[in-house]
Design a protein around this ligand. Sequence first.
Ligand SMILES: [Zn+2]
Length: 329
Amino acid sequence: MWAAFLLSPLLSFAWAQATHTVQPGETLFRIAQRYGTTVEALQALNGLQDPRRLRVGQVLRIEGAVPALRRLEPAPPPLRALTWSRETPQGRLAVVRLEAPVEISGWVRFLGRDHPIQHNRALLPIPAMQPPGVYPAELELEGGRLRLELRVVAGSFGRLVLWLPPERRALLLPERLRAERERVIAACDHGRPQLWQGPFRRPVSSNRITDPFGTRRSYDQGRTFTYHEGLDYGVPEGTPVYAPAPGVVGLAERLPVRGGAVVLDHGSGVCSGFWHLSRIVVTPGQRVRAGDLLGYSGNTGLSSGPHLHFELRVGGVPTDPAPWFLSVP
Ligand SMILES: [Zn+2]
């Protein structure tokens, strides 16, 4: 009964016009797995007599096939349909949306973390180093649990081998890095209601990005790789840095690695960070509007020249800020 309810026409929006062209070596089983459906559903939908007889180049209808939605317990009555990101590149955000006449509260457990459902939507950050593949997401809703599957695909990132003078390399001790990262994450209150509405503004007037998000970086001749957790703007020291969206200042202080640092909490688990500042003009707890001055760019902490590092964490996970300048989830 619930399956019929969930497979209402609303749910099929997620599958609108979905087709698949058969590639060499593919089987109906593999294709069914890829789209989170069953061989039987694809057979029925495409009128296939024999699932072993597929032609390369054959176009299969996927639309209307049973999605990878498994009911663990009865879903709550107001839930009419569910849509979610089919494929998400590493470092981007998958979004799960609930269609319901009322707000349904709950959590989504994904990649070992719990993400709140707010305004019938959950933001699921994909770590930049997450191996491509299919991962389960479990929805814990009032009165029910559902499980669906999200596909992570490879992003395209550059590689950079950096040389650091020995005194700066000493800043990269694992315990030191961990302590500072925990401080930055703790500055973000994941329960705060959402404060932004439209797309984010750029934090500086320049659009000169000297290093994008996700670049694989090595500080030790290529033996280990970390990745770039934000965007670097190549701006001279003393460039004004502005709030990209409304928020509350969660942190404003000097840190060993990040230098002059500000964290803004925008609500819904979304926080932005501004590192290597030469001067900070806000204080913790202060409310800011989009466009308010936070401080001035610099070259403090683990930095090899004047620039602004701007990052966006969702649920504590750094994700690519660039899409937020165009539209917000
Ligand atoms: Zn950076």
